[in-house]
Design a protein around this ligand. Structure first.
Ligand code: ZN
Ligand code: ZN
Length: 206
């Protein structure tokens, strides 16, 4: 199958459309809904417990749902071939986002982009849940005025990603300019309850 230039452009546009969708879903369907609806519940559970990720079945459901909306709409505007390329670009970038988001929580940064993505997203988790909704890009936060420079991100020790701390429980020296940990409460049942309440109220964990 040969690709036309218009299809390549459609795929790139689809990828860009994903970044806007990522922002919109994360801000409005997940945070502003405060636990109304499946997407919001699943996401705020991830805020309450950062090791929780929604199961793949639910992701596939949301990808299928997105396709069911995006493809017919694009097809009506620009034809089937164009719509297929657009939707492919969008869904591929969505899966790229899923991988990137998980890696933010599980793997240390390897380059300047990875460093930015971790600082920005962990600031969203631990500093300001109503800021920095874009996980893969700051563009839409900047457009809509929700971007905040992460500064030095303060991470509650009970929620620290595995890559952040050394065996002594201190921030790795090469990351000390970007993060500090606060000890405080351990993760017992009462604290888990409190973390859940804070997450569903869009408050940073205490
Ligand atoms: Zn996250
Ligand atoms: Zn969030």
């Amino acid at each position: 199958m040969r690709f036309r230039r218009s299809e390549l452009a459609a795929a790139v546009l689809g990828a860009a459309a994903w970044t806007a969708t990522e922002y919109g879903l994360h801000r409005f369907a997940m945070h502003e809904m405060r636990g109304k609806g499946l997407a919001s519940v699943e996401h705020l559970k991830h805020h309450a417990d950062v090791t929780y990720f929604s199961p793949a079945s639910k992701k596939l459901l949301s990808a299928a749902g997105t396709t069911a909306v995006a493809w017919p709409a694009a097809s009506a505007v620009a034809g089937r071939r164009w719509a297929t390329a657009f939707t492919t670009g969008m869904i591929a970038t969505y899966f790229g986002y899923e991988v990137a988001h998980r890696r933010i929580h599980t793997h240390p940064p390897r380059n300047a982009y990875g460093r930015w993505a971790r600082r920005s997203h962990l600031h969203h988790h631990f500093g300001a849940p109503m800021r920095n909704h874009g996980v893969t890009s700051p563009v839409w936060d900047k457009v809509f005025g929700t971007y905040q420079e992460p500064g030095v991100v303060t991470v509650p020790k009970r929620m620290a990603p595995v890559w952040l701390l050394d065996e002594a429980g201190e921030v790795h020296p090469e990351l000390a300019g970007d993060y500090r940990v606060k000890s405080g409460r351990s993760r017992d049942a009462a604290q888990a309850e409190q973390d859940r309440a804070d997450a569903f109220a869009n408050l940073a964990p205490a």
